[in-house]
Design a binder for this molecule. Structure first.
Ligand SMILES: C[S@@+](CC[C@H](N)C(=O)[O-])C[C@H]1O[C@@H](n2cnc3c(N)ncnc32)[C@H](O)[C@@H]1O
Length: 195
């Protein structure tokens, strides 16, 4: 939407010019003044599309399961073990993929999101759902893994630190924190990677 002319330096291009006023003002307002996830609560059709997009936006690319030795990392588990807590999971597409990748691995998988998301999902494979807000203490303690995918980049430093602090407080020595984000080069990132 904008052209990069240097590190942290951007200028308008034809796309940004085409979107300025009134549409450009709306975009700025949503991203900077309102929390988009609060805005979505009153725009359910757009939110449904967003949830679909989140589930497929990295389609065809390798997932974290290709590079993370999850089964070795978690070691022995039982049916009572909380294996995986998926924070801000949307409909739990990553948790479903995890269960399908390791169908015989015992342990509970919990997906967490806002009430208006969780109330619309019924994930397969006995995956549990839980309403959870990032700014509150994590109530599932001592899980083997806490997974945060494409969340932290949406927040200012102090806000995402709070999310991490709430998560870390629930972890034990046996827990791992898995942060799944796209790391971009400072200059010339491919447009698709920036979405
Ligand atoms: C960018 S999506 C990421 C979804 C998923 N982790 C993925 O990688 O596809 C952000 C998710 O966080 C949820 N969310 C936003 N604010 C939240 C909050 N304060 N507490 C809990 N979940 C929140 C949204 O409902 C949405 O499902």
């Amino acid at each position: 939407m904008v052209a990069q002319v240097g590190d942290d330096q951007y200028t308008a291009n034809n796309v940004s010019r085409a979107l300025t006023p009134p549409a450009g003002i709306v975009i700025t307002y949503i991203m900077k003044v309102l929390n988009p996830f609060v805005w979505f609560q009153n725009h359910s059709k757009k939110f449904k599309l967003f949830l679909e997009w989140m589930a497929h936006n990295r389609g065809g690319l390798p997932t974290w399961l290709e590079t993370d030795p999850f089964d070795k990392e978690v070691g022995n588990t039982t049916d009572e073990t909380v294996l995986f807590v998926d924070l801000g999971s949307t409909r739990g597409h990553q948790s479903i993929e995890l269960r399908e990748r390791f169908p015989t691995m015992s342990g509970r998988i919990v997906i967490q999101d806002q009430e208006h998301v969780i109330s619309t999902v019924k994930p397969p494979h006995g995956i549990e759902t839980m309403v959870y807000g990032f700014d509150t203490p994590q109530t599932v303690e001592g899980a083997k893994a806490y997974y945060v995918r494409m969340i932290l980049h949406d927040y200012l430093d102090e806000q995402y630190r709070k999310i991490l602090r709430n998560t870390i407080a629930a972890m034990t020595e046996d827990s791992v924190l898995l942060i799944d984000e796209v790391v971009l080069p400072e200059f010339g990132a491919a447009w698709r990677a920036t979405l």
